[in-house]
Structure formats: structure tokens, C-alpha cells
Design a protein around this ligand. Structure first.
Ligand code: NAD
Ligand code: DAU
Length: 357
């Protein structure tokens, strides 16, 4: 069936994988990629598909009500897959209001446009909210987040995503807007902006720079290969139940320090450096404020109902990720110039000085 799908944030890390997947797997869908191209958005991520006939890029701001109204008037949008967001926890600690604006207001503006345009035929439409496990807060050493977990966000980023999720559910209950939400754990893979742990560690090792580990490195994350998240989004988009939530995770928990050491070992091999040399770059820095201890997902619902499961092992995914970053130096140079340098100085150089004083 032909459809016009608006994907927001399609020039970012996960969004670019979602756009590529839908453009390549569903030639009958018209994919509109709406992205503001903030520091995190990069059209080079989509250079391989930019000329496909079922793909169209639109630069614009999801918080701009007038612009979004025009967009919905101009295109026959059947469904929205909403990924556009401010996504980095450390930046949310520096500038929380930017997160409230984009993540809460931006989601509300999109929901409102859908409500106004989708007055009939609910089966034809869907607003898909791509969200995070961070809305559930922090786990102790045991237990898992699932669809039944209570919201307990603890960073400005997590709170802004939680606020957006609440609005999505409110539109379902109040206006019967057809919606679905998924809450996923930490993604990794190609095209991730190198402010996030894995690409940052790879880049710093390559450049012989300190590898910053917050606190003691005891925090635990559940890592998922980005294309496995995309396959889950595809299944939920096509077969997920309206008004419901799906939690997605890799069943792949790593303490930060163990993960960093794994990357160090792989990098020594790949770069032909003496074993142990990258580990010497590890530098413990001041902890993240309010740092959540552990995230872990129980993904049994999506596995049982939709037949989803991760497709590759973590060791394989990490090797592929490192190979990708080492062979995409130009991409790295382009995304790490300018404003990223300023952020890096504020986040790390100042932190290292605070730690050692
Ligand atoms: P990202 O920061 O790489 O990309 C975000 C994209 O949104 C960028 O292309 C940016 O230009 C765009 N954007 C920002 N503000 C905008 C605005 N006002 N209007 C239009 N576009 C705007 O983020 P990501 O890591 O790819 O995450 C994508 C989504 O998935 C987010 O909603 C995030 O909360 C969620 N998520 C991420 C992870 C993860 O591990 N990265 C895990 C679970 C859920
Ligand atoms: O859980 C899903 C979330 O995962 C997404 O919703 C977020 O958008 C995404 O950014 C990610 O959040 P995290 O805060 O978990 O990811 P990050 O890569 O920033 O950090 C991973 C862990 O590594 C975390 O415990 C903090 C730590 N860390 C991070 C950086 C950048 C370090 O020790 N050193 C660092 O330099």
C-alpha cells in the first residue's frame, strides 16, 4: 500500500538508519525526512540514498507550529515516525531548556498537527514515538525495565522524553489519536555522533587522547546494535498495537569500564599497537551529575508478540563499529569541527582540571 511517512530527526544517528531502511525496503512508501540539521544532524549520513525517488529531505524545526502546519497542508502525511530530539544527557545538564523546547514542545506541535489532519480513518494513520529506557530511571544491581515499569526520569533529557511520552499517551486517550511508543536501550553503530561513549572512546584512542570514564566506570548500560533497533521499529510500525508500549533492549549489559577496556583491546589489534597501550589512556574523570547506575531491558513482549530479537553479538557489533569509524575519517572530521570542539573543552578539559584539583 502506498503511504507518505514523515520521519523526524532522520539526519541524526538512529534516524538516518531508519530512513535508509524504509527507503530501501519499502519503495511504495514516500519518505519525508524532516530535520533541523542541528550539530547532531548530518546529511552525509544519507549520501547513499539521497537520490532515491521515494526519498525527500526537508529542513525545518519541529517546534515551529506554523511551519509544521504548512508541511501537513502540503503533503498527504499518513504516519509519523518521530525521532527528532536533543539526545545527549550531558548537554541536557548544561542546557535543560533546549531539551524541554525540542523534546516536549516539538512533540506537542507534531501531535497537534496530526490531530488536526487525521480526523477520519484512524486505521490508516500512526504517530510512532521513538523513546528511551531512561524515562524509567535507574536500576539497582538486579531487575529489568519493562512495559509495566513506572516512569521515574532523573536527568533533564530523560524528563523531557518522559514528558513527550506522556503527551503521546494523552493524545491517544483524549483524542483517540493512533499512537505507539517504544522505549529502547543504548544504541551503537555507524554514524553515532562522537559525543556518545563508544565513538568518543574510539576517536580518542585513535588520536592518543585521554579516554574519559565518569566516576569509577561502574555504571551499566544495555547496548543494542542500531540496525536491530531499526528492525524493531519496522515491526512495531507495521504490527504494533495502537496505544501500547514496547520496550527494546539488547540483553547485553556492560559496565562502562569493562566496555571501554574491550574497545581498548580491539583498537590495539586493529591499529597494530602493543597490547595494553590503549588502556593506558583511560582517565577517570568527575562523575556525571545524577548519573543513573544501571539500565537493563526485559524485551520479552516484542520477542513473543512480534518475533524480534537482536541479530548480532556485541563483540561482532563492536568490531564492525570500530572498522566503520576507522574507515570514515572524513565523516569524523566534518562532524567534530566547530561547535563540537567548544562542547568538548567545556565537558572534559574543565572536568579533568576539577578532578585533579
Ligand atoms: P541524534 O542526536 O543523533 O539525532 C537527533 C536528530 O534530531 C538530529 O538529526 C537533529 O538535527 C534533529 N533535531 C534536533 N532538534 C530538532 C528540531 N527542533 N527539529 C527537527 N529536527 C531536530 O539522536 P539519536 O541518538 O539518533 O536518537 C534519536 C531518537 O531516539 C531520540 O528521540 C532519542 O531520544 C531516541 N533514542 C536514542 C537512543 C540512543 O541510544 N541513541 C536510545 C533510545 C532512544
Ligand atoms: O539508554 C538510552 C540512552 O542512551 C538514549 O536515550 C540517549 O539518547 C543516549 O545518549 C544514551 O544515553 P547514555 O547517557 O547512557 O549514553 P552515553 O553514551 O552518553 O553514556 C554511556 C555511559 O558512559 C554512561 O554511563 C555515561 C558514561 N560516559 C559517557 C561519556 C560520553 C563516560 O564514562 N564517559 C564519557 O565520556
Amino acid at each position: 500500500m502506498e503511504k507518505t511517512i514523515l520521519i523526524t530527526g532522520g539526519a541524526g544517528f538512529i534516524g538516518s538508519h531508519v530512513v535508509r531502511w524504509f527507503v530501501q525496503h519499502y519503495p511504495q512508501y514516500h519518505i519525508l525526512n524532516l530535520d533541523l540539521l542541528t550539530y547532531a544532524g548530518n546529511l552525509e549520513n544519507l549520501a547513499d540514498i539521497e537520490h532515491e525517488p521515494n526519498y525527500h529531505f526537508i529542513k525545518g524545526d519541529i517546534t515551529d507550529e506554523h511551519f509544521i502546519a504548512q508541511l501537513f497542508a502540503q503533503y498527504p502525511i499518513d504516519a509519523v515516525i518521530h525521532l527528532a530530539a536533543e539526545s545527549h544527557v550531558d548537554r541536557s545538564i548544561m542546557d535543560p531548556l533546549a531539551f524541554v523546547r525540542t523534546n516536549v514542545l516539538g512533540t506537542a506541535v507534531l501531535l497537534n498537527a496530526c490531530r488536526q489532519h487525521w480526523k477520519t480513518d484512524p486505521d490508516k494513520h500512526l504517530f510512532y514515538q521513538v523513546s528511551t529506557d531512561e524515562v524509567y530511571g535507574s536500576l539497582g544491581p538486579t531487575g529489568y525495565f519493562s512495559e509495566q515499569s513506572k516512569y521515574d526520569p532523573r536527568s533533564p533529557y530523560a524528563a523531557s522524553k518522559a514528558g513527550a511520552d506522556h503527551l503521546v499517551r494523552a493524545y491517544f486517550h483524549t483524542y483517540q489519536l493512533p499512537v505507539v511508543i517504544s522505549n529502547c536501550s543504548n544504541n551503537y553503530g555507524p554514524y553515532q555522533f562522537p559525543e556518545k561513549l563508544i565513538p568518543l572512546v574510539i576517536r580518542n584512542i585513535q588520536q592518543h587522547k585521554p579516554v574519559p570514564v565518569y566516576g569509577k566506570g561502574e555504571n551499566v548500560r544495555d547496548w543494542l546494535w542500531v540496525e536491530d533497533h531499526v528492525r524493531a521499529i519496522d515491526l512495531i510500525f507495521h504490527r504494533g498495537k495502537r496505544g501500547e508500549t514496547y520496550t527494546i533492549g539488547g540483553h547485553n549489559e556492560w559496565k562502562n569500564i569493562d566496555l571501554v577496556k574491550l574497545i581498548c583491546r580491539c583498537m590495539d589489534e586493529k591499529l597494530g599497537r602493543p597490547p595494553g597501550s590503549s588502556e593506558q589512556l583511560i582517565t577517570f574523570v568527575k562523575d556525571r551529575a545524577g548519573h543513573d547506575l544501571r539500565y537493563a531491558i526485559d524485551a520479552s513482549r516484542i520477542r513473543q508478540e512480534l518475533g524480534w530479537q537482536p541479530s548480532i553479538s556485541f563483540e561482532e557489533g563492536i568490531r564492525r563499529t570500530i572498522d566503520w569509524y576507522l574507515s570514515h575519517q572524513e565523516w569524523l572530521e566534518h562532524v567534530t569541527s566547530g561547535s563540537y570542539q567548544q562542547y568538548y573543552t567545556q565537558q572534559y578539559i574543565v572536568r579533568e582540571q576539577t578532578q585533579s584539583s
